[in-house]
Write a protein that binds this ligand. Sequence first.
Ligand code: EZ4
Ligand code: CO
Length: 402
Amino acid sequence: MRIVDARVIVCSPGRNFVTLKLVTEDGLYGLGDATLNGRELAVVSYLQDHVVPLLIGRDARRIEDTWQYLYKGAYWRGGPVGMTAIASVDMALWDILGKAANVPVYRLLGGASREAVMVYGHANGKDVEETVAATAHYLELGYKAVRAQCGIPGLASTYGVGRGGMFYEPAEPGLPPENVWSTEKYLSFVPSLFARLREEFGPEPHLLHDVHHRLTPIEAARLGKALEPCHLFWMEDPVPAEVQDGFRLIRHHTTTPIAVGEVFSSIFDCRHLIQEQLIDYIRSTVVHAGGLTHLRKIAHLAEMYRVRTGCHGATDLSPVCMAAALHFDLSVHNFGIQEYMRHTDETDQVFPHAYSFEDGYMHPGDAPGLGVDIDEALAAQYPYARAYLPVNRREDGTAHDW
Ligand code: EZ4
Ligand code: CO
């Protein structure tokens, strides 16, 4: 089952997506997501200029060997650009294998470990009242878990505050916007938001919060402690992910569960955090951590330490990645939760898919392979449009983590 064609498709149906399409001599094709938000074209070049020539003529069934060949063969291993490119190849190969066997990918991964996958949605508001209303809306839709983010009094813009409705898109067209940040304003406000949410909605709904890499370890410890009475499902990215020893300090001070890993590229970024039990949830996802082949290795390591998965699932992860993540989530034993930010209608039309949402849970569907397609003619109507994530500065102008 030789690969005879490999093409990279760039489109922007509401936001930019990079998709790899591999075609075999039997006429089967597979899709892989290769989107790296704000650095999309670097992955396009990596694939087109360096990976595609290596794929033509390879046996599409040799998934593990192709992974090792691309990883070890590059010599310059790891990193977000290269690992995203490898992930897209890996996803496309699993898709082809599923189609060839006429089974959904989760069956190839060992079958369903659960009936469906619990997901969390994003409740955003410019103030507490709006965030309360957004949380109520998600709970009415059946969500069992909601991430709450809120504008901070005294700050003009804050991470996670969306553009109304069910859609949140952090990337902005053109050059990067600049946000202003104050740790003190944030820390004095957030505990009151969650106290209010518990008052409104009681103890049952899972509440999550994303700190988005902005605190020092001792600041994060203070926040985790202050949030303990509100028993969060998790506190995400309390400190920048590379401050790995900082997690030990946070751990010494609080029982609030910790999630990290959306920016990790490989098992080597998270093995220390997992083996030292410094985190509770590993958020690495299919597209940015080497595909299903590599993410499964991360999950198996985590399983030994009772660390559960919580895959990143923002809108910049295309429906191809979302489908792959759901096959992974359904099959892997130590699944915890899946992030789910709805895509726009334009995106869903370009990527018709078999996965579905019902009452707070998702299922990848039983279509062969990943169960997601691309309408190339429609995709061609949405050309790439430059967009960046915002950058962040403290009130005195110092560059800060966004
Ligand atoms: O900022 O996906 O938990 N979700 C997040 C996201 C990330 C974007 C980066 O591309 O933190 O909103
Ligand atoms: Co996050």
